[in-house]
Design a protein around this ligand. Structure first.
Ligand code: NDP
Length: 242
């Protein structure tokens, strides 16, 4: 598999689910990985495992994002890989959707990606190297009823990825998105049994995605070997959307 020795990675929303597995897999490849999440861990960067560090971060808070990114660079001297993974859902039909449901999803899923990327890109530019991987969603490409807020945020992430990819390519920084399909995580475990079966019926490969399926894609896009790929949206969805 791909090697990330001597590299430093920052993964948001990494306390559980996809982010957690992504962070572990980057660490297994040899990177020092800082896991940032909303409610877990201390304010200061704290070692929680071999090559794995935790820090408390709310991605919707730009001042705190700046502080954490500064602290990571102060401690590790660089950030080679950024994985913008933190995301939330607040599902409702459009006519019932409250402003708060709209605003909170945009704040976390889209504004958070902007705040993190802006701070980290500035550090990557100085090193003339970087890999940014934004976790979008299949629904950002195909739409989904009851998720106008979430779909808008995830489609926004794809547009943002392509714009920034063009902006920073000359500095040897790649920016890509991953669009997962239906993955078994705490985010999806509350779906009803019927909804799960209906979703599964739409997946040609006939199973839910695993956190490993997504982590393998992130590891590839984070690797030096993926250096000629930028502005790409990698579908990891079992064929649910082609
Ligand atoms: P989970 O809900 O399992 O995990 C998300 C993590 O993000 C949680 O640890 C959560 O912390 C954290 N988080 C939420 N808000 C913030 C914030 N403001 N700042 C920092 N951390 C935050 O989600 P998944 O692992 O399922 O999803 C990960 C990403 O993949 C998301 O962007 C999601 O939209 C995307 N995705 C998931 C799919 C799926 O089927 N699971 C499909 C397509 C895309 P806390 O628990 O404390 O709130």
């Amino acid at each position: 598999m791909f090697k990330l020795e001597n590299q430093v990675a920052l993964v948001t929303g990494a306390a559980r689910g996809i982010g957690r597995r992504v962070a572990e897999s980057l660490a297994d490849a040899g990177a020092q990985v800082v896991l940032a999440d909303f409610s877990d861990w201390e304010e200061d960067i704290t070692e929680i495992g071999k090559g794995i560090f935790g820090v408390r971060l709310d991605v919707t808070d730009p001042a705190r994002v700046k502080e954490v990114v500064g602290n990571v660079v102060q401690r590790f001297e660089r950030i080679d890989v950024l994985v913008n993974n933190a995301g939330i859902v607040r599902d409702n039909l459009l006519i019932r959707m409250k402003e708060e449901e709209w605003a909170s999803v945009i704040a976390t899923n889209l504004n958070g990606v902007f705040f993190l990327t802006k701070e980290v890109v500035a550090k990557m530019m100085r090193k003339r190297y970087g890999r940014i991987i934004n976790i979008s969603s299949i629904v950002g490409q195909m739409g989904n009823p009851g998720q106008a807020n979430y779909v808008a945020s995830k489609a926004g992430v794809i547009g943002f990825t392509k714009a920034v990819a063009r902006e920073v390519a000359s500095r040897n920084i790649t920016v890509n998105a991953i669009a997962p399909g239906y993955v078994a995580t705490p985010m999806t475990e509350n779906l009803g049994e019927k909804a799960k079966q209906d979703l599964l019926g739409m997946v040609p490969l006939g199973r839910m995605g695993s956190v490993d399926d997504i982590a393998n894609g992130v590891l590839y896009l984070a690797s030096e070997e993926a250096g000629y790929i930028t502005g790409h949206v990698l579908n990891i969805n079992g064929g649910m959307y082609m």
